[in-house]
Write a protein that binds this ligand. Structure first.
Ligand code: OSB
Ligand code: MG
Length: 368
């Protein structure tokens, strides 16, 4: 089949509460929604770059440019047998993974619908439910953080991830452990530390965290290997891993014991699966990270999480974690046991509500 038309839209979604990390804060979520049309079917995916280049180098603006001027032209009108071909078409383009992932994933959704099977089955997954965790942003004070975490524990999440940064780390985790005992907990630093902070990072060892995510440089694996030797807590890499080869190298030098896989960060579903395969072969557990996605991005995260190596709870929470009203129907919901049931209908498995999409669209462009 072929993609006959690509529609790129920018939408604005009000977050229920601002989300703060060591690198910045999002209040209103601007995301691009990519629609790949062919044979009367629409494949959807989300381009989840943040508004500024502070998680990785991409932004909503750079992704718009890449999608319109470089990526859509490569895909439009081109015959394919299987969506795993698309990543190969993008090979001459350097990086710009979030933009690539959006169009590549939309073609996967299109294909899965065309052949009448759920996206997760096209990917080779086999789980019927996935374990759900929640990511908790940096709060202005410890009391409000504790209230938030208490609510999430009551909701039944299987993992609580706490964002940390220098000055909001050891005492924060100590207090959470004191109040909530040994709930499955981890920390994510988003590259806020250096090896000079090794004493602080070692003090976190006493709290039995499941892992500490990306403590050091966004572009580093060498220092992470040194740090991992000095820590009991497993290091999980996020920002430093862009593709399967990065994972192979990081594992080879002992830079991490766990890897966070984000479809967007690695350039799409086929690259995410390839990264997963490397980790599975090496015995390194993976989990699916999040980028404050709308339901469209969540649907893709759920699909990839059905692969066998995703053995740890991810960051894909239900729609209501961030949105008063999601743009999909039904919304993603977490069961009382802390799982999400994997949808059985063809493609992404959640209907896109066009009226809601249109109401939130601030610009759109149709490409042929
Ligand atoms: O580091 O995992 C991260 C959000 C934006 C950018 C980076 C990260 C995050 C999160 C949120 O942790 C995860 C979610 O979508 O709930
Ligand atoms: Mg992270």
């Amino acid at each position: 089949m072929r993609v006959e038309r690509v529609v790129v839209r920018e939408i604005e979604m009000q977050l229920l509460a601002p989300f703060e990390t060591s690198f910045g804060r999002e209040d209103v979520r601007r995301v691009l929604i990519v629609e790949a049309q062919g044979g009367g079917i629409s494949g959807f995916a989300e381009c989840c770059a943040l508004s500024g280049p502070f998680y990785n180098e991409e932004t909503v603006g750079t992704c718009w440019h890449m999608l319109r001027d470089f990526l859509a032209p490569v895909v439009l009108g081109r015959e394919f047998q299987h969506p795993s071909e698309v990543d190969g078409w993008f090979a001459p383009i350097r990086r710009n993974h979030i933009a690539r992932a959006a169009l590549e994933s939309a073609v996967w959704d299109l294909h899965a619908q065309a052949v009448g099977e759920p996206l997760w089955r096209s990917l080779g997954g086999d789980r019927t439910r996935i374990d759900v965790g929640v990511s908790v942003g940096i709060h202005p004070d410890l009391a409000s953080l504790c209230r938030t975490v208490e609510g999430f524990i009551r909701d039944g999440y299987r993992k609580v991830k706490i964002k940390i940064k220098p000055g909001k780390d050891v005492e924060v985790i100590r207090e959470l452990r004191r109040q909530f005992g040994d709930v499955p907990m981890m920390a994510d630093a988003n590259s806020a530390y250096t090896l000079a902070d090794i004493d602080t990072l070692r003090r976190l060892d006493e709290f039995g965290l499941m892992m500490i995510e990306q403590p050091l440089g966004h572009d580093d694996i060498i220092d992470h290997a040194s740090l991992q030797k000095a820590l009991r807590t497993p290091i999980c890499l996020d920002e430093s891993i862009h593709h399967a080869e990065d994972a192979r190298r990081a594992i080879a030098i002992g830079a991490c014991r766990i890897i966070n896989i984000k479809i967007a960060r690695v350039g799409g579903l086929a690259p995410a699966k390839a990264l997963h395969d490397v980790c599975l072969a090496a015995g390194v557990p993976v989990w699916c990270g999040g980028m404050l996605e709308t339901g469209i991005g969540r649907a893709h995260n759920i699909a990839i999480t059905t692969l066998p190596g995703f053995t740890l709870p991810g960051d894909t929470s239900g729609s209501h974690r961030y949105w008063a009203e999601d743009i999909i129907d039904p919304p993603v919901t977490m069961e009382p046991d802390g799982t999400i049931l994997v949808p059985q209908s063809p493609g992404r498995g959640y209907e896109v509500v066009r009226a809601r999409l249109d109401a939130r669209t601030v610009r759109s462009e149709a490409l042929r």
